[in-house]
Write a protein that binds this ligand. Structure first.
Ligand SMILES: [Fe+2]
Ligand SMILES: [Fe+2]
Length: 251
């Protein structure tokens, strides 16, 4: 990404920080934004690394709340540059840090691309950070990538939901209780980032069953509210927008 965007850091839940890099409308029509999330505990975890081009700003933002060298886990949803492009940059400055990803991600990409072996989590597997735990949830192809998955932080009921509810604009407010489904559907109308696989509803229902109260979105605002209801609304909306393939084939 070009330019030197300003990266900010804000606490959006108890010990959960959103690291936010806006991309102005001059650089991307309508503007856009990239977020990483930091969970502070005995073993601090960073979810997403951001682009390599954004690394200095993201590193400096984290340093305002915790020493970057003390990061213990660098987790990410799937293998794309905004999710894990700066993985090796973080591993270079955080000697105890381990990549954390799905088993498929480790097998297919991360075991080769990472300068340190990843810790591959199985669906439902928990990882202790000290006082709190995160749990990995496999989400293949939702919204995209075979290796996709998310982390759920149990104490604050935060679902680190990656590209779900991707919103356009620079997403300046760290947290909103307003509508994010409408904006994310408007975004999807322009650029459909969903795979629309046959498992979409089942995966979203599995995520909804965690009953999150904070959705830590990667693009746009984080969202506070009844996450179960919002996720089920997303499943309904997707189904209305893209009928199952079998129906399409019959049509
Ligand atoms: Fe993605
Ligand atoms: Fe993303």
């Amino acid at each position: 990404m070009s330019g030197t965007p300003e990266t900010t850091i804000d606490e959006v839940g108890d010990g959960i920080y959103r690291i936010h890099t806006p991309v102005p409308p001059e650089a991307m029509p309508g503007g856009f934004s990239f977020n990483q999330y930091l969970i502070l505990d005995d073993a601090p975890l960073l979810f997403h690394t951001g682009y390599r081009g954004h690394f200095p700003g993201i590193r400096d933002a984290i340093a305002r709340v915790t020493p970057v060298a003390g990061l213990r886990y660098i987790a990410f949803s799937h293998v794309e540059a905004d999710e894990c492009g700066a993985l090796n940059d973080f591993l270079a400055i955080a000697p105890e840090a381990e990549p954390v990803c799905s088993q498929v991600a480790a097998l297919v990409s991360v075991g080769d691309q990472s300068n340190r072996p990843p810790r591959a989590l199985a669906d439902g597997e928990a990882l202790s950070l000290g006082r709190r735990r995160v749990r990995w949830i496999d989400a293949p192809h939702v919204p995209h990538a075979w290796e996709c998955g998310y982390l759920f932080e149990e104490t604050t009921r935060t679902l680190l939901c990656g590209d779900l509810f991707t919103q356009p604009g620079t997403g300046d407010a760290p947290v909103t209780e307003g509508d994010i489904l409408g904006p994310s559907e408007a975004m999807r109308a322009q650029m459909d980032y969903f795979a629309h696989g046959p498992n979409t509803r089942a995966v979203i229902e599995k995520l909804a069953a965690t009953e999150p109260t904070l959705l830590a979105c990667m693009h746009g605002h984080a969202w506070r509210g009844d996450g179960r209801s919002l996720l089920l609304s997303l499943a309904d909306t997707l189904e209305r927008a893209a009928p199952p393939q079998a129906d399409t084939a019959r049509a």
